[in-house]
Design a binder for this molecule. Structure first.
Ligand SMILES: NC(=O)c1ccc[n+]([C@@H]2O[C@H](COP(=O)([O-])OP(=O)(O)OC[C@H]3O[C@@H](n4cnc5c(N)ncnc54)[C@H](O)[C@@H]3O)[C@@H](O)[C@H]2O)c1
Ligand SMILES: [Zn+2]
Length: 368
């Protein structure tokens, strides 16, 4: 087992990573004295696979759990599900000394965390992430929330979990496309913060794609360490934490324009990161060789590295970006990298350059 500590004073918590951690859930919760009653929140894909193991482990440790299952998918991250959730928590008489366990991907984690942040003005919660994205990203850092019709994650809170338990065995049943999507966030950590880790990923990609347990353990732990470090320096996202959004400005715009249908999050940010690398080359002098290394690593991970947009689609993506981020004088602020492992936030990018980067074949287009 690997342990990564998130040292946030009184709100400190450990991230425990290993194969078979789910069977230890009860024991770990008991160790933290989280209480003898909890709600286990899961979704319709994950619940049938892993909830029994989790509930048995909790029962062995003397903790009585009630299972709440929400439909799988992003639409469950809504105020409607939150309301149903509150009613179920109340019906099962969960009180201040009870806690919530999130067993699932980022959707379940964000939803369960938001319930825990607000039910009875806040109760304890534990993250048991079961997607690669949730293990390396969403379960760490304390951002919880739900979507509104007007946009994603518009209602939320900061509520740190008391424990994050990453059972690498759960990743075995994750669909290939979801797994690869998680790799986009993994690669991101190398680009923004750690050149040595980036090189390690270049070497280990075949094993990582095979979900080799030893490599996975090392990679998940390292990503959590980087995220924890960044969160520690900027818990409420007033500065440095923004670097975690590398590739996300363009990625979010692509997701929004395709109405969250065409791309998984990791696919959209893979395209976004390659575009951000090209912007970095033009504006911060990121070497061409590094742009190629970044592009190649996404390609080898089975992720898209570009998108062909027609003129009207490109305009829509640009408009979505202007909505997403503060714009001043026609410039959008980006996270860019001067070299692999070193990202900077708040870099102004002229709209004209952005348009050029989003246009993969400017010369051929001009000939028409
Ligand atoms: N709070 C944060 O800091 C943060 C950061 C990044 C993303 N997020 C949020 O995370 C969400 C995306 O998370 P996600 O990619 O994990 O999506 P998800 O939770 O929807 O999971 C993806 C799919 O995989 C299924 N699944 C999960 N684990 C499985 C397993 N072990 N075996 C088989 N199927 C499994 C799920 O049922 C779902 O269909 C978004 O809502 C996003 O906004 C939050
Ligand atoms: Zn992301």
């Amino acid at each position: 087992m690997r342990i990564v500590k998130v040292p946030l004073g009184l709100r400190s918590y450990p991230i425990k990573i290993g194969a078979g951690m789910l069977a230890r859930l009860g024991e770990e919760c008991a160790r933290l004295k989280l209480g003898s009653r909890c709600a286990l929140l899961s979704d319709s894909n994950v619940g049938p696979r892993f909830a029994k193991l989790a509930q048995q482990s909790l029962a062995r440790a003397g903790c009585d759990s009630v299972l709440i299952t929400v439909p799988a998918g992003e639409t469950a991250k809504s105020l409607k599900t939150v309301q149903t959730g509150y009613n179920q928590l109340a019906a099962h008489r969960l009180e201040r000394k009870s806690f919530i366990v999130a067993l699932g991907g980022g959707v379940v984690g964000d939803l369960a965390g938001f319930l825990a942040a607000t039910y009875l003005r806040g109760i304890a919660f534990v993250q048991v992430p079961t997607t690669l994205l949730a293990q390396v990203d969403s379960s760490v850092g304390g951002k919880v929330g739900v979507n509104l019709k007007a946009g994603k994650n518009l209602v939320g809170a900061f509520h740190q979990p008391r424990l994050v338990l990453c059972d690498l065995n759960t990743l075995a049943t994750l669909p290939k496309r979801e797994y690869r999507s998680g790799l986009a966030e993994v690669i991101k950590y190398g680009v923004i913060r750690d050149a040595v880790f980036f090189r390690r990923l270049e070497r280990a990609m075949p094993k990582l794609l095979r979900r080799d347990p030893r490599v996975l353990a090392e990679v998940v732990a390292h990503c959590c360490k980087i995220k924890a470090e960044v969160v520690l320096k900027d818990e409420t996202e007033s500065g440095l934490r923004a670097i975690l959004n590398f590739g996300h400005t363009i990625g979010h715009a692509l997701e929004a324009v395709s109405h969250y249908g065409k791309y998984l999050h990791g696919e959209a940010i893979a395209i976004g990161q390659v575009a951000a690398a090209r912007l970095s080359q033009r504006l911060l002098g990121l070497p061409e060789r590094d742009v190629e290394r970044i592009t190649n690593l996404f390609r080898r991970a089975g992720l898209p590295t570009g998108v062909k947009l027609n003129v009207s689609q490109r305009q829509k993506v640009l408009a979505a970006m202007k909505l997403d981020k503060k714009v001043s004088g026609g410039e959008i602020k980006f996270v860019l990298a001067g070299r692999i492992g070193k990202a900077r936030f708040g870099c102004p990018v002229p709209a004209a350059l952005l348009e050029q980067i989003l246009d993969p074949q400017p010369s051929t287009r001009n000939n028409h």
